[in-house]
Design a protein around this ligand. Sequence first.
Ligand code: ATP
Ligand code: MG
Length: 178
Amino acid sequence: MRIFIAAELPQELIETLSETSALLRGAVSGRYVAPDRFHVTFAFLGETDAARVWELSSLLEDACAGSPPIDAHLGALGNFGRRKSATLWQEIRSDGRLEALAEKLRHRLSTSGFPFDGKGFLAHVTLMRSADLSSGVLPMPHVAGGTIDTVALFKSDLSGEHPVYTPLSEVVLEGGGG
Ligand code: ATP
Ligand code: MG
C-alpha cells in the first residue's frame, strides 16, 4: 500500500488555509486540495508492505514520544515544479519544531530500513496541484496560528477521481517541556 506520514491540522489552520484556497480559485487554474485533506507531510514512503504497518505505527509512536504539541503559523505561498504545472503550497512555521520532528522521524525510518523520499523536508501544506502559475500574480495568503497535536500514518489511495487518505494510526503529541 502507498504510505506517508503527516501532521494533521487544527480547525483554525484548516479554515484559514481554506480562505487562501478560495482566493487562489479566483486567480489560478489547477486541481485544488479539499480542506479535509490538508496536511503536512513529514515523510513519503510510497509502496510499503502491509505486513510492516504495525512496525511503522510503533516507530511513529516512539519518534513522537516526549514531543509536546507544536505551535505553528502560516507563512508565504511557494511552489514546486514547473511554472505551468506546479504544486502550490503555503509555508507553515514553528520555530523549527516541525523540522526537528521530521528529522527525528526520518532518522528512525532510515535506521529501521524503511525507504522514503529523501528530498529535504520543507514544512508546507499543499493547496493546489497542476497549477498554472504563468498567468499572473498570486494573492496574498491569509495567515493564522494554531497548535498541531496529531501525527498520523496514512494510506493513500489514488485509484479514484480524488486521492483518499486513510489514517492507519494516529499519535497525539502530549509530551511536556520543549
Ligand atoms: P496525487 O498524487 O494524485 O496528486 P497526492 O499527491 O495528494 O495526490 P500522494 O501522491 O499519495 O497523494 O501523496 C501523499 C502525500 O505525500 C502528499 O502530501 C504528497 O505531496 C506527498 N508526496 C507524494 N510523493 C512524494 C515524493 N516523491 N516525495 C515527497 N513527498 C511526496
Ligand atoms: Mg502525489
